[in-house]
Design a protein around this ligand. Structure first.
Ligand code: HEM
Length: 138
């Protein structure tokens, strides 16, 4: 891989742009007001992390994938607060290693086009059931 440091940027922007966890749950301990909306104590809240990751007040041109986005790491894909994902460091490391190894060993690896992605039916986890790729054997 010519520029291995790009793997880190690619992982953060991918987490922002197309996270594998697009929603998460919370239960309110007390009444709170969120963006002017009163939420009672004991309410079940579904937080749309995927939507927050495309907040135009935080991310410029949020619907586009920008490899060099300076604040890509401000995404909420690993949650926030005391329940922040315990595996975030491992997940980041694994993804960087996979990208670096794939780029080094299969430099012309690309998505097979066209293909229709199917997703596991789940409100929180966004996982394609398969992803077809092509490369030229050396
Ligand atoms: C891309 C991969 C991953 C994503 C997007 C992800 C995302 C999340 C999210 C959104 C939460 C909830 C955070 C919150 O409530 O504020 C969470 C919690 C958690 N994650 Fe992950 N996760 C990933 C990988 C992993 C891995 C690899 C592990 C373990 C090796 C892991 C272990 C955990 C645990 C134990 C919690 C619960 C923490 C708590 O309740 O205090 N995660 N993760």
């Amino acid at each position: 891989m010519e520029r291995p440091e790009l793997a880190e940027r690619a992982v953060e922007e991918t987490l922002r742009f197309d996270s594998s966890v697009v929603a998460w749950r919370r239960k309110t301990l007390r009444e709170v007001r969120i963006a002017g909306v009163k939420v009672p104590a004991g309410a079940q809240v579904l937080m749309l992390l995927g939507a927050a990751n495309r907040d135009p007040e935080v991310f410029e041109d949020p619907e586009a994938f920008h490899l060099h986005r300076e604040n890509a790491g401000d995404h909420l894909s690993f949650g926030h607060g005391i329940h922040f994902c315990l595996g975030s460091a491992l997940a980041r490391l694994e993804a960087r290693v996979v990208l670096r190894v794939l780029a080094a060993r299969l430099p012309d690896l690309r998505l097979r086009q066209p293909q229709q992605l199917q997703f596991v039916p789940n409100i929180a986890f966004r996982a394609p059931t398969s992803l077809q790729v092509v490369w030229t054997p050396r």
